[in-house]
Design a protein around this ligand. Structure first.
Ligand code: GRF
Length: 215
């Protein structure tokens, strides 16, 4: 929940998170590690994948977390698929949805149900280089600084109120792989941090912008 400014200070609670994934799952792993070590005051109640072979599923199962593959092919439309996801999220008491490398467009069904309660991570400094291959696009454009962004999810893809960003300088010698690796290291820093801010009730969305209350 987004707390009001008055409530916002030091209101840490055990935030229940649901994570949507499609692939490798290193961001999920980082979140699980920080939960386990007690650095992140939250718990992950369910992981949902739109891809049956996602490594992220094994990462969740290794921690004893329910990990569910929901096959998009079994649904005629995205709205129906998202309704099925919503049911699972509700059954697992999810307060905050985390898109951690979730490669499917989210419909208004989910966005409205979790307005300002759904976060995504993107490997660029948004609004630059939204969409796929953000790191490649940054290299091709020749920017000297790229990075990553955690934002609340809105109807527009890779848009929505920005919560945290981290800058990553681009080196002359960078390849897509080397830049992606340095950006990923920063993703692993800022995603759990954004979740902790939320858990502490320090995030407020005002006029489309995120205000972070002092800790
Ligand atoms: C990350 O680069 C993230 O920014 C993007 O998808 C990738 C997911 O990586 N949205 P992982 O599955 O968390 O390892």
């Amino acid at each position: 929940m987004i707390h009001s400014k008055k409530q916002s200070r030091q209101v840490s609670h055990n935030l229940i998170i649901g994570v949507l994934v499609s692939g490798r799952g290193t961001n999920l792993q980082q979140i699980l590690d920080e939960v386990e070590s007690g650095r992140l005051h939250a718990s992950v109640s369910v992981v949902i994948s739109n891809c049956g072979s996602a490594e992220a599923i094994s990462r969740a199962k290794a921690r004893g977390i329910p990990a569910i593959f929901i096959d998009p092919k079994a649904y005629a439309a995205t709205a129906e698929y998202d309704r099925a996801i919503l049911d699972v999220l509700k059954n697992h008491d999810v307060e905050l949805v985390v898109l951690a490398g979730y490669m499917k467009i989210v419909s208004s069904i989910l966005i409205e149900a979790y307005r300002n309660r759904m976060m995504n991570i993107h490997p660029s400094l948004l609004p630059a280089f939204s969409g796929l291959y953000a790191q490649r696009k940054a290299l091709e454009y020749g920017v000297k600084i790229s990075g990553c962004t955690v934002h609340f999810v809105s109807e527009e893809v890779d848009a929505g109120p920005v919560i945290l960003q981290a800058a990553v300088p681009v080196e002359e010698s960078d390849t897509e792989e080397s830049l992606s690796a340095r950006i990923l290291a920063q993703e692993h820093q800022i995603f759990p941090k954004a979740l902790q801010l939320y858990s502490d009730g320090r995030l407020q969305v005002v006029g489309g912008r995120v205000i972070i209350a002092e800790g």
